[in-house]
Design a protein around this ligand. Structure first.
Ligand code: HEC
Length: 137
């Protein structure tokens, strides 16, 4: 009669590991416990959601007119674009990486609007490349 107890102990240990693993943010559910719909996580701009521009290669010279026409300069200072907005961070100082720029432009955060749907993924890639390659120059 020792076998079932061992299996039970292992199961409990596994469950404890799963529960402790993710900072309490994620609830793991076995198929038996799922009833109805699993609520979708609300996105806050964190994490790696759907960022199609990350799979593309940006062209900085194509991104410069996107920066101008999308109105980025109204909120951001970027000397390469000749803008002096002060609503968002000064991009010359922030010198964001390509990945960060793609994430912010696609998803937005706080006072930064999401440009998903307004800009094509290629335009997001281009303007992200323009910002990340020219910031601070
Ligand atoms: C309405 C004002 C506004 C507009 C328009 C805007 N941004 Fe922003 N942007 C912000 C604010 C505010 C933040 C800071 C968001 C945060 O981190 O909470 C930000 C953050 C960023 C960041 C991250 C900077 C860092 O280091 O944290 C990048 C890159 C960026 N914006 C690029 C752009 C680009 C490119 C455009 C145009 C496609 C644009 N923004 C349009 C307000 C704006």
């Amino acid at each position: 009669m020792r076998r079932p107890l061992t299996v039970l102990a292992l199961l409990l240990a596994a469950l404890a590991l799963v529960g402790a693993g993710c900072g309490g943010d994620e609830v793991s559910a076995t198929p038996e416990t799922i009833e109805g719909e699993v609520p979708e996580e609300t996105t806050t701009g964190e994490g790696n959601e759907d960022l199609p521009a990350l799979d593309l290669t940006g062209d900085a010279s194509a991104g410069e007119p996107v920066f101008a026409s999308a109105g980025c300069g109204a909120c951001h200072t970027l000397s390469a674009a000749g803008t002096s907005g002060t609503v968002g961070p000064n991009l010359d100082d922030a010198q964001p990486s390509y990945e960060l720029a793609v994430e912010r432009i696609t998803l937005g955060r706080g006072g930064m609007p999401s440009f998903e749907g307004q800009l094509e993924p290629q335009q997001i890639a281009d303007v992200a490349e323009f910002v990340s390659s020219s910031a601070g120059s």
